[in-house]
Design a protein around this ligand. Structure first.
Ligand code: PDD
Length: 275
């Protein structure tokens, strides 16, 4: 079951226009929502981010927020998904190829749910990463369809036999190709500030809330790749990866090379937010 251009359709009925600006230019925005026990997790926070992305790239949402909430509810119900994700994208619409905005293009929304199990193995044992230059544009806070740098980074990880790429700008760690990054040093939690250089992750926001509740000291300040090499613990956060320990970077173990104590504590607290 898909929502595409004003109606609920089966996958085979979809007719994506070659003139869709998402297809030509990556001219659109998206969200990935998590579904736990048949319920959408932090739905309103995702909608706030969607509205902000739309506003800053000047795409007018094709439906009211009330209508979007109804579309989400219908999709989750009809898909009968218990553990999964809901993908939603809105492109600037269909028009013959020209860079400037079309005069009459109506934004096109596509949304659907997918069964996605929780990545328990990675969450229990951790993942490995390599580092790379962050070559993205200067509005990484917007969740846009322009993901070519992220795609290239993720493939570099695959080519190196690891699971993620830690991105840095001149040695300052920003985030990863499809997740945010946090590290722990001397019991202090460090993560890049939520500015234009990173996506303001919903999971990041929840984890920071949990860290405050645990009375952990938190520093949302830039840190270097060198700091990360010296960290006691590190983990990535994201809608699909939740809190996944990062146990190795650039072939060097982080801390003792196994998931850290504070990471595990946060994982436990995170699980309680949806169980
Ligand atoms: N990605 N940073 C980047 C670059 C991301 O692509 C994502 C998520 C995050 C984490 O944000 P959140 O906690 O809101 O999921 C951080 C999604 C899942 C994706 O593109 O598939």
């Amino acid at each position: 079951m898909y929502f595409y251009k004003d109606s609920f359709v089966e996958k085979t009925d979809r007719m994506i226009s070659p003139d869709d600006r998402g297809y030509y230019f990556g001219d659109g925005i998206y969200e990935v929502f998590r579904i736990y026990h048949g319920k959408v997790y932090e739905q309103e926070a995702h909608l706030v981010r969607l509205v902000r992305s739309a506003k800053d790239v000047r795409i007018e949402l094709p439906y009211s927020l009330e209508q979007i909430r109804e579309i989400i509810t219908t999709l989750v119900k009809k898909s009968r998904i218990s553990e999964g994700t809901l993908y939603m994208q809105i492109t600037r619409g269909e028009a013959p190829r020209a860079h400037s905005f079309p005069q009459n293009g109506k934004p096109v929304m596509t949304a659907y749910c997918t069964d996605v199990p929780r990545p328990t193995d990675a969450m229990d044992n951790g993942i490995r990463a390599i580092s790379q230059d962050d070559i993205r544009w200067l509005r990484c806070d917007l969740k846009t369809l322009n993901l070519l740098p992220n795609v290239l980074s993720k493939q570099a990880a695959v080519d190196h036999g690891v699971q993620e790429v830690v991105l840095h700008r001149g040695g300052i760690v920003t985030e990863c190709s499809a997740s945010n990054l946090m590290m722990v040093k001397n019991q202090i939690l460090h993560t890049h500030p939520a500015n234009h250089l990173i996506l303001h992750g919903i999971t990041r926001m929840v984890v920071l809330r949990l860290a405050h509740a645990l009375k952990l000291e938190v520093r949302e300040e830039p840190f270097t790749l060198e700091d990360l090499y010296q960290a006691d613990e590190a983990f990535i956060t994201g809608t699909t990866v939740e809190i996944t320990p990062l146990v190795e970077i650039d072939n060097k173990p982080i801390g003792s090379g196994i998931p850290g104590t504070i990471t595990k504590q946060l994982q436990q607290q995170f699980e309680r937010t949806f169980s």
